[in-house]
Design a protein around this ligand. Structure first.
Ligand SMILES: [Zn+2]
Length: 256
């Protein structure tokens, strides 16, 4: 079984062998975890090659975050400041932690959690930002930086929906294409505006598009027109009907 130390260590991606979980307290739904950099004895100055020595410890509190199991994580990291032993050299540095982004008080795990949350197309960027106590623009940045989905082949039953991203004037809503039966995201198009979607859909081979039999989408004209423009063999099912079908689990029965 995973011990709580291992769990936390894994969670924070502390593959960095130079630090250890030195304290964990669990009180109500708050886990307080302290991670300390192990003391090093062989550090040398990258400028003059002299030995570095420790000038004392520092403590940092990266931003709190919600853990998956509902706990709030209060993180404390303890490291040291190092200075060069050569009086002529003014080099100094701080221990760094690979799970804390340089110069930011946000642990690297937050971007990953944000990406996971963004997969829920019912959540807006603003809601995700509020959940993680970060700004909207930070969520946008993360999305643009990490979401480089490789397009998956279209399936027979696809679902077209949108997420409010507001990355630029042109790109207020991104288009999300999913497999209706599995809910897998097949691709995300950065904007639902026609100049983007037309280029996108026409770049998919016609034979592949012809395989699509059903498109589930909102009652939004451009989406409904996709069938005539790009999916000549598909029938549109509007979103409300889709939801009902899904709920009643009739979808397999009706479509198979
Ligand atoms: Zn030096």
């Amino acid at each position: 079984m995973l011990t709580i130390d291992n769990y936390i260590a894994q969670l924070l991606d502390v593959i960095d062998e130079d630090s250890s979980v030195t304290d964990i307290k669990v009180e109500d739904n708050v886990k307080s975890v302290t991670i300390t950099k192990n003391l090093k004895h062989d550090l040398v100055c990258p400028i003059c090659g002299s030995k570095l020595y420790s000038k004392g410890r520092f403590t940092k509190h990266p931003k709190n975050q919600i853990l998956q199991d509902g706990y709030t994580l209060k993180l404390t990291v303890i490291g040291r400041r190092w200075i060069c032993s050569n009086n002529e050299c003014s080099y100094s540095c701080y221990d760094s932690f690979n799970f804390v982004e340089p110069h930011k008080q946000i642990t690297k795990i937050i971007p990953i959690r944000i990406i996971m949350e963004l997969k829920d197309i019912n959540l807006s960027c603003t809601q995700v930002a509020q959940r993680f106590h970060v700004s909207d623009s930070y969520v946008h940045q993360i999305f643009m930086k990490y979401v480089r989905l490789k397009r998956k082949p279209l399936t027979e039953y696809i679902c077209i929906d949108e997420v409010y991203l507001n990355t630029s004037n042109d790109c207020k809503y991104a288009l999300v294409i999913m497999d209706f039966l599995t809910g897998d995201v097949l691709d995300i198009v950065q904007s639902r505006i026609q100049s983007y979607t037309e280029r996108y859909f026409l770049s998919i081979p016609r034979e592949e598009r012809k395989r699509v039999k059903y498109i589930c989408c909102d009652m939004y004209d451009p989406y409904i027109n996709y069938t005539t423009r790009y999916f000549s063999n598909a029938i549109v099912i509007t979103d409300s009907l889709c939801k009902v079908l899904h709920k009643l689990s009739y979808v397999n029965y009706l479509f198979m």
